[in-house]
Design a binder for this molecule. Structure first.
Ligand code: ADP
Length: 276
């Protein structure tokens, strides 16, 4: 059986998008005696697909511009509230100081949110087909970015020799950075231990980032990949709820899969596949 999509011209000259399924017709002893051809008009479906794609692109452009343009006024709020504290801090007292503190904390939080949102919208912006990225190198860069979190938590990160994969280097680095950053942040009473491994599969590699942290109950293991989905409040663990959504978006972009194996108090293993 063969299945493909093509374009045909109708009698009135208009173009028609059709899906064609062609299968052999066999007699009782299995000899092919003909061909069956089924054609379906898919013009409406194609038009709807194109519309969804356009709306998504518009939304993405909007999110990108909004998160980009909001950074500038926000920076001003931050700079001037810091300046106020520095210059007049000794004259302020009680509630005034407290309120100024909220203003600065709010601005810092929003800055992190906008930075993460921008990173989320930028996942699809690198269009060209990537060269191979060396996962050992991407991991090393990610660990450099996490150096202070690693030393503050007394974390130990170990890794196997990793392969090269056909993705953008920046995407692979971001995957490691977000997953290892979480593995350190959501730790239990023990010092965090993180292990990064990779296993070859036909046409792809399956990576794993395993930790000995607080774990995630099975019923939340899909939810946490949604944008802004968090299982904790900011006073328990800081965060924006965007990190795993970025990971999913990156892996989706390369037609891979990302999932969690975990249970409460059992540590978590995040697995993802990427083209080899
Ligand atoms: P953030 O860490 O900014 O909240 P993420 O999107 O990275 O956002 O993670 C979403 C939620 O998934 C986190 O708030 C946390 O509840 C949970 N989570 C992520 N990684 C881990 C982990 N390694 N161990 C336990 N829980 C995790």
């Amino acid at each position: 059986m063969d299945h493909f999509e093509t374009v045909r011209r109708k009698k009135d000259g208009a173009l028609l998008e059709i899906s064609l399924t062609i299968s052999p017709v066999r007699n009782a002893d299995g000899t092919i005696i003909g061909v069956s051809k089924i054609a379906r008009d898919i013009t409406d479906r194609k038009r709807a697909d194109a519309e969804i794609k356009r709306v998504n692109q518009d939304l993405e452009q909007f999110a990108f511009s909004a998160s980009h343009d909001l950074q500038e006024p926000l920076r001003n709020i931050k700079i001037y509230s810091e300046l106020l504290t520095r210059r007049y801090g000794d004259k302020f007292e009680g509630e005034t100081l407290e309120f100024l503190g909220y203003l600065r904390a709010g601005a810092t939080r929003m800055e992190i949110l906008l930075r993460d949102l921008l990173a989320h919208t930028q996942v699809t912006s690198m269009q060209e087909i990537p060269e191979k990225a060396d996962a050992n190198e991407a991991l090393a860069r990610a660990l450099e970015g996490l150096a202070s979190a690693i030393s503050e938590a007394g974390a130990q990160v170990t890794a196997d020799l990793l392969p090269s994969v056909r993705v953008h280097h920046a995407h692979l680095q971001q995957l490691f950075q977000n997953l290892i950053g979480n593995a350190i942040k959501y730790c239990s009473n023990e010092p965090p231990q993180v292990r990064v491994t990779a296993k070859g599969q036909p046409g792809s590699w399956m990576f794993a980032v395993a930790d000995n942290g607080i774990g995630i109950a099975p019923e939340y293991q899909e939810d946490v990949f949604g944008l802004f989905k968090r299982l904790h409040t900011s006073d328990q663990y800081s965060g924006t709820g965007i990190g795993l959504a970025i990971c999913k978006r990156i892996v989706d972009r390369y037609h891979g899969r990302i999932w969690i194996e975990s249970g409460p108090g059992q540590g978590s293993t995040f697995r993802f596949t990427l083209p080899g």
